[in-house]
Design a protein around this ligand. Structure first.
Ligand code: SF4
Ligand code: SF4
Length: 168
């Protein structure tokens, strides 16, 4: 299922906004990577909770449609077992190798996204999906990059960045 009309408009808006703000956001995030300010993780966690208190992922599902989900070997073993497949058979059927991130799904939208915008393997979904967006974690430079790169994809990330920009 596509995003709801309301979320389609929102997704179009954040895409344009992230494009126009990308240099400013990059500079800010580079500053965080060089010298992480005190209280940054806490501020991200708070902004994350506030965003997801009103954002409805089931009207959106944009990350599952356009951001390539990463499958690592523990994910593959767990999900293949669920489908009564071997890890090798699962990889052959659904995934492609990536030099940086083990495996991605062959297709986008993600093969496991249901017509109702729900993940059909939600309980056993990959760790990368479970922790997306990583704004609640103890932020490493890599996680800051993921957040930065998703400003134009995820309405929650876009809102979180707006809040962080006002504080730091
Ligand atoms: S995590 Fe973000 S991009 Fe993914 S469905 Fe929720 S709001 Fe949309
Ligand atoms: S595995 Fe599930 S949560 Fe992850 S991208 Fe696919 S549909 Fe979305």
């Amino acid at each position: 299922m596509a995003a709801s009309p309301r979320y389609k408009r929102l997704l179009e808006k954040i895409k344009k906004k992230a494009r126009s703000q990308r240099h400013g956001i990059r500079q800010l995030f580079n500053r965080f990577k060089e010298d992480k300010p005190k209280g940054l993780d806490k501020a991200f966690r708070k902004a994350n909770d506030e965003a997801f208190a009103h954002i409805n992922c089931l009207e959106c599902a944009n990350c599952c449609r356009i951001a390539q989900p990463v499958f690592e070997m523990p994910d593959i073993k767990r999900i293949a077992r669920h489908f009564e497949m071997t890890p090798e058979g699962f990889i052959k059927k659904y995934l492609k190798a990536d030099p940086e991130y083990e495996y991605f799904t062959k297709k986008l939208p993600c093969t496991f996204l249901g017509n109702d915008n729900k993940c059909t393997i939600y309980e056993i979904r990959p760790m990368g999906c479970r922790t997306y967006p990583p704004a609640k974690l103890r932020l490493s430079p890599e996680q800051l990059d993921v957040i930065h790169d998703n400003a134009g994809i995820c309405p929650a990330v876009n809102e979180i960045i707006d809040k962080i920009r006002l504080q730091f």
